[in-house]
Design a protein around this ligand. Structure first.
Ligand SMILES: Cc1ncc(C[n+]2csc(CCOP(=O)(O)OP(=O)(O)O)c2C)c(N)n1
Length: 428
């Protein structure tokens, strides 16, 4: 027997916790999910539609201004093009998750990647709130995005019949891939028929916000101490065209979400979301490299130190990698420093989990080259050397990046606070 027991966040004791049971499987009367619009479960009423016909009842839903939100997926070129074509037809911006396969390729339309920071700005969050969302792919990495979308009617388009709807806002599910979905819109003349002027202004507003955020991020990084933000920007810049990047869970995927921006240069970005486990990350990196078919390029890893240590046997496979595994060594699981766990008794010993075994010792034990860096020039040099070694068919090895977790947290908070207080969107 398998029991699924969904727990409502936060997963820490709350001051309002009582020793009294609430009742069999009952929910308390108050709490974060009871705020208006949130978790108003539409699952029971959600409709499923198989193509080939456009469900006319959805035409009304698509009135007003909307967005297309793409979570983790591996779209073919045709699917990616179809998603942007849908966006064009419906006057909708495409919000692209770092694992959507849509951030690093040419984009014919408004591609938005800065939403996790942007939506922390209250005026932007209110002004850009859509009337509807069409979703492709899995649940996005950004909780800011998922929280902001709560209560917005969603159409979930998924060819595999998966139901990725943790916030229960899906009003309709369409079993189709993006190209089939686009053909449906086309065949039934959906979109490109409403008020094009307001649609155009809507897109312009999103595109301007993305540009502003890009400018703010660059300006911020220019004057802030070297952190994961600089590293990610530099890494994406330096990776050869067509290369892969495997990004582990916890902070690395969130930092990639925050700092990656977007580019026309094709890169394949992989993750291993599932239940967002930290297990098996090195093995997945090795598998992605081993499983690639020519002419696919090598895959670089970006892992936290605890994830790296968690999958020791995966290191046995790393001598075959022609791209480096970058280990962000910030002294254990430091994502919890940013969460409410930080205030709990026993936090240091129970949550941070710093390790005595260090990456250099492990690299030595497994016969892997090891480079240790803690600044921009060191990182650039180590990356170039590791990629060069790979080109010569030698193991690219590990790049251990020594980070100050407190400084990193402070730096990220300073950026988000800056975004929160800036005037980003002009209101009428
Ligand atoms: C298999 C598994 N065990 C425990 C967790 C809980 N967990 C989530 S993030 C995390 C810390 C990860 O540390 P690290 O890889 O160093 O990344 P950082 O938080 O420092 O970015 C842990 C233990 C998990 N997600 N999966």
């Amino acid at each position: 027997m398998h029991l699924n027991l969904p727990f409502r966040e936060p997963l820490v004791p709350e001051p309002s916790c009582t020793a009294e049971p609430i009742g069999p499987f009952g929910w308390p009367e108050t709490g974060p999910v009871d705020r208006p619009g949130a978790h108003a479960s539409t699952t029971d009423q959600a409709r499923s539609f198989d193509i080939p016909h456009w469900p006319q009842e959805l035409t009304t839903l698509l009135g007003g201004l909307g967005i297309i939100c793409c979570g983790p997926m591996t779209p073919s070129d045709a699917s990616a093009e179809a998603i942007f074509a849908c966006a064009e037809r419906l006057d909708a911006p495409v919000l692209a998750d770092p694992l959507s396969g849509l951030r690093f390729r040419p984009a014919p339309g408004a591609r938005i990647t800065s939403y996790d920071s942007l939506l922390r700005n209250p005026v932007a969050a209110a002004t850009l709130r859509p009337d509807w969302v069409i979703r492709f792919g899995g649940t996005p990495v950004s909780k800011t995005l998922s929280g902001w979308l709560e209560g917005v009617p969603a159409i979930l388009v998924d060819p595999g019949g998966r139901w990725t709807d943790p916030t229960h806002d899906v009003a309709a599910r369409i079993t189709a891939d993006p190209t089939a979905f686009y053909r449906l819109l086309q065949a039934d003349g959906i979109g490109n028929q409403g008020d094009r002027r307001s649609g155009g202004l809507w897109i312009e507003r999103w595109a301007a916000a993305e540009q502003t955020l890009d400018r703010l991020a660059r300006a911020f990084l220019e004057q802030s101490p070297w952190c994961e933000g600089h590293l990610i920007a530099d890494l994406l810049e330096r990776l050869p065209m067509g290369d892969g990047l495997f990004c582990a869970n916890s902070l690395p995927i969130r930092q990639l979400d925050t700092w990656s921006g977007q580019s026309e240069k094709p890169l394949r970005v992989f993750g291993h979301r599932g239940a967002s486990g930290i297990d098996g990350q090195s093995s997945t990196l090795a598998g992605l490299n081993a499983g690639r078919a020519e002419p696919e390029r090598g895959v670089t890893g970006l892992l936290g130190d605890l994830s790296f240590i968690h999958d020791l046997s995966g290191l046995l496979l790393m001598e075959r990698l022609d791209r480096p595994c970058i280990v962000l060594n910030n002294g254990g699981g430091r994502i919890f420093d940013a969460l409410s766990q930080r205030g709990l008794e026993g936090f240091e010993s129970l949550w941070r989990t710093p390790q005595r075994v260090q990456p250099d010792v492990l690299a030595h034990a497994f016969g892997l080259p090891h480079r240790s860096v803690d600044d921009a020039s060191g990182f650039a040099q180590a990356l170039a050397e590791a990629i060069d070694a790979g080109m010569r068919a030698e193991p690219a090895g590990l790049i251990e990046v020594r980070l100050d977790a407190e400084l990193s947290l402070h730096t990220h908070r300073a950026f988000w606070n800056g975004v929160r207080e800036q005037s980003i969107i002009e209101t009428e």
